[in-house]
Design a binder for this molecule. Structure first.
Ligand code: F6P
Length: 341
């Protein structure tokens, strides 16, 4: 049996741990051969492969990124994409594919399975917004990086009596903002799921200043104000009428400064949250998912995604994982709100 492996979408600490586990177990227990496809779906689309054997995965467990490379190539938007992939898999003698990715990558995997490609999915995203799995690997690492940054920002903000706005990743879901903000004692957490009222944000910031401490606002990149709540010029808005991604932190800091008369600064953590070595939790989760993914291939249980539910790794339909995103429920946000201001 020859198994292809690919990693698609934004990279994420733990990808190499999955690849290593798949290859190590596949060779040792099942005697399989592997083919590494480069750069997500571009690999099978163009037949771009690399050797994936025992030597190729040596020493990669603690390494961030992915030895296979990644891209956001979407086969379904490429003319004859499915046929080209099927031809390349047949030409390379690849019997099954393990696709490690987020909503987009696994959505393509689901559609390929509908076209009779033998595929098993492994969920990945620092955003933790995939359904049917309790956690995705990469999330714990990203939260720890953001938490450490926020801890550090507390002391500089206090020394200068400033408000500090920290923008973290999360376009559609506020999991990183919620967890890092709770872990590091943010005074306000703003997430895409809950359009915010700027008056409330200002009130929290002012009440924090009154206690002689500096306010820290954690904002997810996709968070946005309630309609008409902040004066925003056309250039600041995207096609959906939301503040442009990568701009909300800066925009909020300016608004806080204008309304409170206190100096404010913003920090965009950006891709720092995705780089570097995975946490122990993510290494273990990624390794377990890899072990179970190759078992699913061995069982010919295709069209499935391996997932963490409670403490168990289970198999769920790819459709269950990709139909809608897992966003932050209101009760979870209310737990954090206790500490605002
Ligand atoms: O999905 C992971 C993620 O890091 C998001 O949090 C972020 O919005 C996006 O990827 C950034 O994408 P890119 O690396 O293409 O700028």
């Amino acid at each position: 049996m020859r198994v292809g492996v690919l990693t698609g979408g934004g990279d994420c600490p733990g990808l190499n741990a999955v690849i290593r586990a798949v290859v190590r177990k596949g060779i040792k227990h099942y005697g399989y051969e592997f083919v590494g496809f480069r750069d997500g779906w571009r690999g099978p689309l163009e037949g771009d492969v690399m050797t994936l054997d025992r030597a190729a995965v040596r020493g990669i467990l603690p390494r961030g990124g992915t030895i296979l490379g990644s891209s956001r190539t979407n086969l379904m938007k490429v003319e004859n994409g499915v046929e080209r992939v099927k031809d390349n898999l047949a030409g390379l003698g690849v019997d099954a594919l393990i696709a490690i990715g987020g909503e987009d990558t696994l959505g393509v995997a689901r559609q390929l399975h509908d076209h009779d490609v033998n595929v098993v999915g492994v969920p990945k995203t620092i955003d933790n917004d995939l359904n049917a799995t309790d956690y995705t690997f990469g999330f714990d690492t990203a939260v720890n990086i953001a938490m450490e940054a926020i801890d550090r920002l507390h002391t500089t903000a206090e020394s200068h009596h400033r408000a500090l706005v920290v923008e973290v990743m999360g376009r559609h879901a506020g999991w990183i903002a919620l967890h890092s903000g709770m872990a590091a004692g943010a005074n306000v957490i703003l997430i895409p799921e809950r359009p915010f009222a700027i008056d409330d944000v200002i009130a929290y910031v002012e009440s924090r200043f009154k206690t002689d401490y500096a306010p820290i606002v954690v904002v997810a990149e996709g968070a946005h104000p309630q309609d008409g709540d902040m004066e925003l010029s056309a250039g600041e808005l995207d096609a959906f009428g939301h503040v442009r991604l990568g701009g909300i932190g800066q925009r909020l800091a300016a608004e806080i400064e204008k309304r409170t008369g206190k100096e404010s600064r913003s920090v965009v953590l950006g891709h720092v949250q995705r780089g570097g070595t995975p946490s122990a939790f993510d290494r273990v989760l990624a390794t377990r998912l890899g072990v179970h993914a190759i078992d699913a291939v061995h069982d010919k249980d295709y069209g499935k995604m391996v997932a963490l539910q409670g403490t168990d790794i289970v198999r769920v339909g790819l459709a269950a994982a990709t139909e809608e995103l897992k966003t932050v429920p209101v009760e979870r946000y209310m737990e954090a709100e206790v500490f605002f201001g």
